[in-house]
Design a protein around this ligand. Structure first.
Ligand SMILES: *Cc1c(COP(=O)(O)O)cnc(C)c1O
Length: 373
């Protein structure tokens, strides 16, 4: 039995086209992108093209793209940076109970320093309530940070509506799009987004690279201090090859994204249909329609998720990837009101463009065989 990889929300393989674009920047064009000489210029050229490619995908200005060391750094930069730059205006942050740990832990740490956080609850499908969000706003609120789509269940939040509320009140609005970029359309103008987190490795780019998009008018204190890279907004010699890889991944998403997503969604839906046609007690966790096209979080009532994955040799996640060593119920599923038993039995299958239809069918058949036995 060969292992089948259905864990694209944890990470994705590098696209060969992305690798090809990166290689020259690891060898010939190796220079520091802030050096004034011709070597530096060559590196800078690749870096600025990458910035244009990221900007083109989400409709922001190239100058609004800051390259970072990934989604975690971008999220840390926003929470800590706004806490610093807006502290004189207030000390209240609104986020949700189902954010990535890189948001939740930063907020918890700020609470020790006198900040207050509202962790908005979610309903059984994983969505926040806009009215509750509006009611949570006080005259001390300086930031609203709500993820676009959840990594565990794929539920999509009403980002445009949240953006409108924040804009009307003059509150900064950040959204973590680590899972949604390339899978859902994103337009920071239309969606009234002030700041946005991007992680390259979730959509066929390299690990350890990301972007933080910050609208021009936003006052964000830098998180990394040092030399004047990225216009003084993020110190540290830029990972030019990584940025070029992220840019290429964005370009591919812009040009071919729709075809890729249609195929990914078709395979996911086929897999789901085969399971529900043959098995009882397969419960979908997350929103039936307002959900990432690649994500399928299921509870197999009466079966242990871990045993199921080991027996079928399917590479998928129990809860989130970062929780796999601990056997606690996922905090996302608990926030959605799942019983401890359903939460512990839950498996997240996440599809990507290298999953074939044959693999989707084979994976479903393995699970059906395991459960019927
Ligand atoms: C993966 C992920 C992150 C973290 O990104 P890294 O680049 O792995 O640090 C943040 N938020 C969400 C929603 C993610 O899925």
């Amino acid at each position: 039995m060969t292992s089948i990889y259905l864990d694209y929300n944890a990470t994705s393989p590098l696209d060969k086209e992305v690798l090809e674009a990166m290689l020259p920047y690891l060898t010939d064009n190796f220079a520091n992108s802030i050096s004034f000489h011709s070597f530096g210029q060559a590196a800078r050229k690749g870096l600025e093209e990458a910035r244009n490619q990221v900007a083109a995908l989400v409709n922001c200005l190239p100058s609004e793209v800051i390259f970072t060391g990934g989604g975690t750094e971008s999220n840390n930069s926003v929470i800590r940076g706004v806490a610093r730059s807006r502290h004189s205006l207030g000390n209240h942050i609104i986020t949700s109970q189902i954010e990535h740990p890189s948001i939740i832990k930063c907020c918890k740490e700020l609470e020790l320093e006198g900040f207050e956080t509202t962790f908005l609850p979610v309903n059984g499908l994983g969505q926040i309530d806009i009215t509750l969000l509006e009611r949570s706003i006080t005259d001390k609120t300086i930031l609203i940070s709500i993820m676009h789509a959840n990594n565990e269940v794929g539920t999509i939040q009403p980002i445009s509506e949240i953006g409108k509320v924040a804009r009307k009140k003059g509150i900064y609005f950040h959204t973590d799009t680590a899972q949604s970029i390339s899978k859902l359309p994103i337009d920071i103008q239309e969606m009234s987004i002030d700041m946005m987190t991007v992680a390259a490795h979730k959509f066929y780019g390299p690990k350890g690279v990301g972007a933080l998009i910050v609208r021009q008018a936003i006052d964000l204190a830098p998180y990394m201090l040092g030399a004047g890279h990225e216009n003084g907004r993020r110190a540290g010699t830029v990972n030019v090859a990584g940025a070029v890889g992220l840019g290429k991944a964005c370009e591919i998403a812009k040009n071919k994204g729709e075809n890729i997503i249609n195929k990914v969604k078709a395979n996911r839906d086929l897999f789901h249909k085969l399971l529900t046609n043959s098995l009882e007690n397969v419960i979908l966790n997350g929103h039936p329609t307002e959900r990432l096209p690649n994500t399928l979080n299921l509870s197999f009532r009466g079966f242990d998720g871990q045993e199921l994955l080991i027996a079928t040799d399917i590479a998928a996640s129990l809860g989130a990837a970062c929780h796999t060593t601990s056997r606690q119920a996922s905090s996302v599923l608990s926030a959605m009101g799942l019983s401890a038993e359903d939460a512990l039995g839950a498996v997240r299958f996440s599809f990507g463009k290298y999953v074939t239809e044959e693999q989707a069918i084979e994976a479903a058949n393995r699970i059906i065989k395991f459960i019927k036995k």
